[in-house]
Design a protein around this ligand. Structure first.
Ligand SMILES: [Ca+2]
Ligand SMILES: [Ca+2]
Length: 155
């Protein structure tokens, strides 16, 4: 079994991020959301920007069967700016339909610079504001299946 991981840094949402230098895409950080109510969800990511980051950090959103619902490349050289909530800035990855009560989001290192795995936020679409508690955040990576060389850049 392969040992972990994206490296860790004390920064970002919750004071923790994982990162990987550019790689082949075999290495991924993964966030899981379970027990979701069926419906459409907006999916957001946050990260800490730096000039050494990838401009094409590849996020993929999958359903519980592992089918890809959404794939999008994010520019991590710049800050997220689509939604500010509680002092954290989030970038929208897109909207997906949940039909089997779970979502998996992964970030691969098949990119042109460092990729930063910080936190993912999902929120149901079209649900009244009183359902704010449906907003869920998965911080850093719940199951890392990733490897990163020992040399670590300044992040
Ligand atoms: Ca934006
Ligand atoms: Ca974090």
């Amino acid at each position: 079994m392969r040992e972990i991981i994206f490296g860790k840094r004390s920064q970002g949402f919750g004071g923790n991020v994982r990162f990987s230098a550019l790689g082949t895409g075999v290495d991924k950080a993964t966030w899981l959301f379970d027990d979701l109510i069926s419906g459409n969800y907006k999916v957001y990511a946050t990260w800490t920007q730096h000039s050494n980051r990838a401009s094409d950090a590849p996020f993929t959103v999958k359903n519980g069967q592992g089918d890809t619902l959404l794939g999008v490349d994010m520019n991590q050289k710049i800050d997220p700016d689509d939604l500010i909530d509680g002092g954290t800035a989030w970038e929208a990855l897109g909207e997906v339909q949940v039909t089997d009560d779970s979502l998996m989001v992964d970030l691969s290192d098949n990119a042109n610079g460092y990729v930063i795995a910080d936190a993912i936020r999902i929120e149901p679409v079209g649900v009244s504001v009183m359902s704010q508690s449906f907003v869920q955040i998965s911080d850093s990576s719940s199951s890392e299946n990733a490897f990163v060389p020992a040399n670590v850049a300044v992040i």
